[in-house]
Design a protein around this ligand. Structure first.
Ligand SMILES: Cc1cc2nc3c(=O)[nH]c(=O)nc-3n(C[C@H](O)[C@H](O)[C@H](O)COP(=O)(O)OP(=O)(O)OC[C@H]3O[C@@H](n4cnc5c(N)ncnc54)[C@H](O)[C@@H]3O)c2cc1C
Length: 391
């Protein structure tokens, strides 16, 4: 593996850094407090070519490699996890998934308008009774003359209220006896041209979220919502595979986003321990503080190598399932530890929103949960290493 970035990768890193530091970081606190991300940021990301990511130019994409995409998520995550989360769902979970599984018509219809930011995408898998156990979803799809009728509810759907297209997972009714639960799952591309689409109700999640407060998290209800037959994504009964492959794309984005949060914690902590004085000297001159900074830096470098390795393997066309889970697990856990330490190093100041570290501390918990919790990443890693259970 070559440890230097190519000119093209540096180009994307520079574009993302300028945008993240120039446009996102200055308003990150305001977005967190107002629980809102200005929609103008979406068009700006689109015009910079960020949203098109790895997709071919013929579909509005930017044809960047996965290392470049990871660098973009890292830079966005350093400024604001809500903005990074928006893009990971839109560009990785949704667009890369449509590109992988869609028909030519579906790709032509959805991807160019998503790359241009004209249409935002969301991914609707989680339900009140089905989180980690995705095969237990209860949303149903019943065939009728016009297509399929969807019934059920989805929660925690990032971009759900602002999206114009959703990938929705549902179980086909009327499958032969003995069909396994995951074989009943089918994914649908549901156009959401207007907020009043018949059979769909969208609201913000109730309750105050710990982090990602500028993200849009929706509760979506489907009641006899008609989806035409040509909107099946990947074929009947293929939904579980579609869902898992999308999560694999998203996981790399989350791991790279965690790198950004970790880097931001280190930057803020170094600046603070250099300037804060106690007992007549910089707190950065105390050995215990130095030890914390050293741990933060060493684990950041380890995370970075793991994330870049997973991205690089994808660029070589290799299966990076194990490496992506390792990167997601390690980078999110390391960043959570770094965020906790960053608050401690700031003392009481770290406890206030006048310094950014409390936001990093709140935001990072989400990265340990979505796209497969840390427990699930460990299950994936162990099963790849030991092999699947024999009984
Ligand atoms: C900020 C945010 C954004 C999100 N965005 C989306 C989105 O866009 N689309 C979407 O569909 N969902 C989204 N989600 C939902 C997310 O994917 C789920 O929260 C996640 O899959 C976990 O499901 P759950 O919350 O129901 O927890 P549960 O599945 O109930 O898990 C609870 C705990 O049990 C553990 N656990 C469960 N099963 C096992 C097991 N077999 N072995 C060991 N431990 C286990 C888990 O690791 C966890 O610690 C989002 C969540 C958050 C917080």
């Amino acid at each position: 593996m070559d440890f230097t970035l190519s000119q093209n990768q540096l180009h994307w890193q520079r574009i993302a850094r300028d945008f993240a530091q120039g446009r996102v970081a200055p308003i990150a606190r305001e977005m967190d407090e107002s629980h809102d991300m200005p929609i103008a940021l979406v068009s700006e990301m689109a015009s910079l070519g960020l949203l098109g990511a790895t997709l071919p130019k013929s579909l509005g994409g930017s044809e960047m490699d996965h290392v470049s995409l990871a660098l973009i998520y890292e830079e966005l995550g350093r400024a604001c996890s809500s903005v990074r989360g928006f893009m990971t769902v839109h560009s990785s979970l949704v667009m890369q998934c449509i590109h992988q599984w869609g028909t030519d018509e579906q790709k032509q219809r959805f991807l160019p308008m998503m790359a241009s930011g004209e249409a935002i995408g969301c991914y609707a898998l989680t339900e009140p009774e089905a989180g980690t156990d995705a095969a237990s979803i209860q949303t149903t799809a019943t065939k009728n003359a016009g297509g399929y009728l969807l019934n059920g509810e989805k929660i925690w759907i990032t971009n759900g209220n602002i999206a114009r297209a959703a990938i929705v997972f549902a179980k086909l009714t009327g499958t032969p006896d003995g069909t396994k639960p995951h074989q009943q799952i089918t994914s649908f591309l549901v156009p959401l041209e207007s907020t009043e689409r018949v059979g769909i109700t969208r609201t913000r999640m109730s309750g105050q979220e710990l982090g990602h407060r500028a993200s849009d998290h929706a509760h979506i209800t489907f009641k006899n919502c008609l989806v035409s037959s040509d909107m099946v994504l990947g074929g009947e009964g293929m939904g579980f595979k579609v869902a898992m492959s999308a999560l694999d794309h998203g996981r790399l984005g989350v791991a790279a986003g965690a790198l950004g949060v970790h880097q931001a914690c280190l930057d803020a902590s170094v600046a603070f321990v250099r300037s804060r004085k106690q007992f007549g000297q910089r707190i950065g001159d105390f050995e215990m503080v130095q030890s914390t900074i050293a741990e933060m830096k060493a684990s950041l470098d380890a995370s970075r190598l793991l994330v870049y390795r997973a991205a690089w393997m994808k660029d070589q066309g290799q299966s990076a399932k194990l490496e992506t889970s390792i990167a997601k697990y390690f980078a999110t856990e390391a960043a959570a530890k770094a965020a906790s330490d960053a608050v401690l190093l700031h003392g009481a100041r770290g406890y206030s929103n006048e310094y950014p570290v409390e936001r990093y501390y709140r935001d990072i918990k989400g990265l340990q949960i979505y796209e497969g919790t840390s427990h699930i990443q460990k299950i994936v890693i162990a099963s790849e290493v030991i092999g699947k259970p024999t009984v």
